[in-house]
Design a protein around this ligand. Structure first.
Ligand SMILES: Cc1cc2nc3c(=O)[nH]c(=O)nc-3n(C[C@H](O)[C@H](O)[C@H](O)COP(=O)(O)O)c2cc1C
Length: 367
């Protein structure tokens, strides 16, 4: 772990209240990473190698991005590329501002390198996020790497109204992201996962792809899956998504399942309601990536996320079918140097395997 991370965020992350630790480190990052001097220091410390791949018509410097939920309000967009990520996903953003669930709502299980969270889409709402992003663009503080926006359903909106709610947020943010992810799989908004049922799903997809058709610019819209859905539902979700013009799949969100606890801290963390992320999620995330790749037969890209924290777990995600990958928990447990070490490791694996580019390795396990 680097000196800068030790000074910047690691002491904060050791606090018992994990959410406060998180907001301190985000606050520090947005101040340091967004300034010209701080940004260039971070850039030098955490620069990751090049391993280019073209996905959704965008060129990514390498496949590794920041997963949704870390920068919910799009406060530190410049920092992520300076910490070595080739792209980032802000949000989840909902149409209406939300406080989220009661605190505490984020817990660590260090022995498992896992987090449990029940945040519940705390975010300033689509109008406020849009306002911030307009200011950011006009202040010339827009990253020159791809930016994705994660969209959730507002808590006060029923599933019957969900299609309009998603489309309204998409409309608000259309000019302020290159890629959109429809999150129908968070465990922390009551009823949200029911949106994976056919009728709701089709109406959400139709209203969002309908909006896309009315826009002058075309942008990819992706669907994020739950690892807790049965395999046949996941396959069906992928095929309904493709039929309705969805451009990619994100596999996957957090799980409500728990592994057997390895310590008292883990037992306490796992006893809380919410979604588990980090290392114990990895094997199921790989299954969901593989299934999505197989079901789509490579027609639309899959983005792999869940328990990636090393070159080996990243490589497994790529050969299982991920064109791009993301991390959240590994950033908390390992600090930002994990980004360059994963990308460097992937670059070595590409070379050792005799591929001429990382795109040749995508889905290789299925050949
Ligand atoms: C505190 C926290 C908040 C999250 N918020 C969101 C969110 O708003 N939208 C979303 O799609 N995923 C959210 N996620 C899920 C992550 O994007 C990712 O899918 C999950 O953490 C698995 O990746 P990891 O094992 O690398 O952490 C959140 C995860 C955590 C830990």
């Amino acid at each position: 772990m680097s000196i800068a991370w030790k000074l910047l965020a690691s002491p904060a992350l050791r606090l018992i209240d994990s959410e406060r630790a998180h907001s301190i480190s985000i606050g520090g990052l947005s101040r340091i990473g967004e300034s010209a001097v701080g940004g260039s220091i971070l850039n030098r410390l955490y620069k990751s190698p090049e391993l280019p791949i073209e996905v959704f018509g965008n060129l990514f410097r390498h496949p590794l991005g920041l997963a949704a939920g870390f920068d919910k309000g799009a406060e530190a967009l410049l920092s992520w590329s300076r910490l070595g990520f080739s792209w980032c996903e802000y949000g989840g953003v909902t149409r209406y501002p939300q406080e989220g669930n009661e605190k505490p709502r984020m817990f660590r299980a260090n022995k498992h390198r896992a987090l449990v969270n029940s945040m519940g889409f705390n975010n300033p709402g689509a109008s406020e996020v849009r306002k911030r992003l307009i200011e950011r663009k006009s202040a010339d503080k827009w990253p020159n790497s791809p930016v994705a926006a994660n969209i959730g359903r507002s808590k006060k909106v029923s599933n019957d109204q969900a299609a309009d709610d998603y489309a309204a947020t998409l409309d608000h943010l259309w000019e302020y992201a290159d890629i959109f992810v429809l999150n129908i799989s968070s465990p922390n908004t009551p009823g949200l996962r029911e949106l994976q049922e056919n009728d709701y799903l089709e109406s959400i997809l139709k209203s969002c792809t309908g909006l896309k058709e009315r826009k002058e610019t075309t942008k990819p819209i992706l669907v994020k899956l739950s690892p807790d859905s049965p395999d046949e539902i996941l396959r069906e979700t992928v095929s309904i998504s493709i039929r309705n013009g969805i451009d990619g799949i994100v596999a996957s969100n957090t799980t409500v399942k728990r592994p057997p606890p390895l310590s008292t801290q883990s037992r306490k963390a796992f006893a809380n309601n919410g979604g588990l992320s980090g290392r114990p999620l990895h094997s199921r995330a790989l299954e969901v990536i593989s299934m999505s790749f197989d079901e789509s037969r490579g027609r639309i890209p899959v983005i792999g996320v869940g328990g990636i924290d090393s070159k080996d777990s990243a490589w497994e995600a790529i050969i299982s079918g991920s064109s791009l990958i993301q991390i959240y928990s590994a950033l908390v447990f390992n600090g930002p140097s994990v980004t360059s070490s994963i990308v460097k490791g992937l670059k070595d694996r590409v070379k050792e395997s005799g591929f001429s580019s990382i795109s040749e390795a995508v889905g290789y396990k299925h050949i």
